[in-house]
Design a protein around this ligand. Structure first.
Ligand SMILES: NC(=O)c1ccc[n+]([C@@H]2O[C@H](COP(=O)([O-])OP(=O)(O)OC[C@H]3O[C@@H](n4cnc5c(N)ncnc54)[C@H](O)[C@@H]3O)[C@@H](O)[C@H]2O)c1
Length: 381
């Protein structure tokens, strides 16, 4: 067959990205740590982006960061405040640790700047509500950095749910974890991270299933959390064990609107390889989404769908699908946000959904603290 014939059947052949480089975007980066590397590596691939400012609380860190990437002409600031007070920007990437998500985001929105905020949205539901109030008042675009949403396999889960093939969904088990995989740095202390495995990887599991089923409102939660591994020098570097004061394991039983049960667990460390696959049970069929060792919000292998055909119990494999290009999820997370800013679109990952993700995280912390089930209260925005 000739290429001309084959190309008729090649999906995406006409999906070439067209970026108008004459319409430029002025970008600032707040927090130049680990995840900021993925942000700048994506920005540097985009012909319409000018990186004009960067801030970090640690003196000299932002300068070193830009030097490493060979980016010239950047203005440097000692915190988000000076950066936002002194620059006219179109967008900022907020790449700070979790306890510094709300303050820079709210300040940026107040200054009329569009924000791409890293996940989790923040630490508490009160912060989430304050962020959303600032967003509403500003009329600017705020998107939360859940790049697994852009993965074709994640999108397949949502397509399967929306096709109706599963029937009415009544029970979901989700979460995952690592036998050993405790991070260090700013991830393990309340003063910087606020929450541990829950905010690092738990929020991804929640987004995987809640996004698929349309983010129903969470109603009640009964939860548990612990940190037996993070605090133990047998399983963690002694210096890190001594300062470790966040969760390394969390589990919860959550009731969602629409009579749906969500059974959730997440771990940075435990004495087993996985606490189980994600499963979605419906009245017509069920879906199994394999877990992955290094739990990071991706589909761990081909999914299986279970159903009856003419009274016979059967199952089918949903093969993993390729992403349409090899630019990576991070590139697309940033590109979809910039396109929304440039074209007057809406946030690719809106706070109206992630509010419920945050409400579950907040409820989990509160229920685990008091040791019984609690009602999840969603604030008025
Ligand atoms: N989307 C992903 O795949 C992904 C992966 C890893 C981390 N993250 C998220 O990214 C965030 C940052 O993680 P990290 O590993 O880069 O942390 P990090 O500690 O390496 O970097 C954060 C930086 O922000 C700076 N900072 C804090 N408050 C500031 C402020 N007000 N103004 C200026 N600078 C400030 C700190 O000095 C630090 O250098 C976390 O919320 C984490 O959950 C996302």
């Amino acid at each position: 067959m000739t290429d001309a014939v084959l190309n008729q059947f090649t999906p995406g052949a006409s999906n070439e990205e067209k970026i108008d480089a004459t319409k430029r975007v002025k970008v600032g980066i707040i927090g130049t740590g680990w995840i900021a590397e993925s942000h700048i590596e994506s920005y540097l691939q985009m012909p319409d982006v000018d990186i004009v400012a960067a801030a970090d609380l640690i003196p000299g860190k932002a300068e070193k960061f830009m030097e490493h990437y060979g980016v010239k002409g950047v203005h440097f600031y000692p915190s988000h405040k000076e950066l936002l007070d002194n620059e006219e920007l179109d967008v900022v990437s907020v790449c700070t640790y979790n306890t510094q998500h709300a303050i820079p985001t709210i300040y940026a929105l107040e200054k009329g700047v569009n924000v791409l905020l890293e996940k989790p949205m923040c630490v508490t539901i009160e912060e989430a509500a304050d962020i959303m109030r600032a967003e509403k008042k500003s009329g600017k675009i705020l998107s939360i950095g859940f790049q697994p949403r852009l993965d074709a396999n994640m999108q397949m889960i949502k397509k399967i749910v929306e096709s109706g093939e599963l029937g009415k969904i009544y029970y979901i088990q989700t979460g995952g974890g690592r036998r050993r995989g405790i991070p260090n740095s700013t991830f393990i202390e309340k003063k910087t991270a606020g929450i541990g495995a829950l905010g690092d990887i738990g929020c991804y599991s929640l987004d995987m299933v809640l996004n698929a089923i349309g983010y129903p409102k969470p109603l009640t939660i009964s939860a548990y959390s612990s940190n037996y591994f993070g605090t133990n020098p047998l399983y963690n570097n002694p210096a890190d064990a001594a300062r470790f004061n966040v969760d390394d394991f969390a589990a919860a039983f959550i009731r969602l609107e629409g009579d749906i049960i969500l059974d959730f667990r997440i771990a940075w460390a435990m004495h087993i390889d996985t606490p189980g696959d994600t499963i979605i049970l419906g009245t017509k069929a069920a879906l199994r989404i394999p877990s992955i060792d290094c739990w990071n919000g991706t589909v761990g292998g081909p999914m299986t769908m279970y159903f009856d055909v003419a009274g016979q119990q059967t199952q089918t494999t949903i093969p993993l699908v390729e992403n349409p290009d090899n630019k990576g999820l991070f590139y697309h997370k940033i590109r979809s946000f910039l396109d929304a800013v440039k074209n007057g679109g809406t946030a690719p990952v809106p706070t109206s959904q992630i509010l419920y993700n945050q409400a579950i995280i907040d409820g989990l912390v509160k229920s685990a603290e008091c040791g019984h089930e609690i009602e999840i209260k969603i604030p008025e925005i």
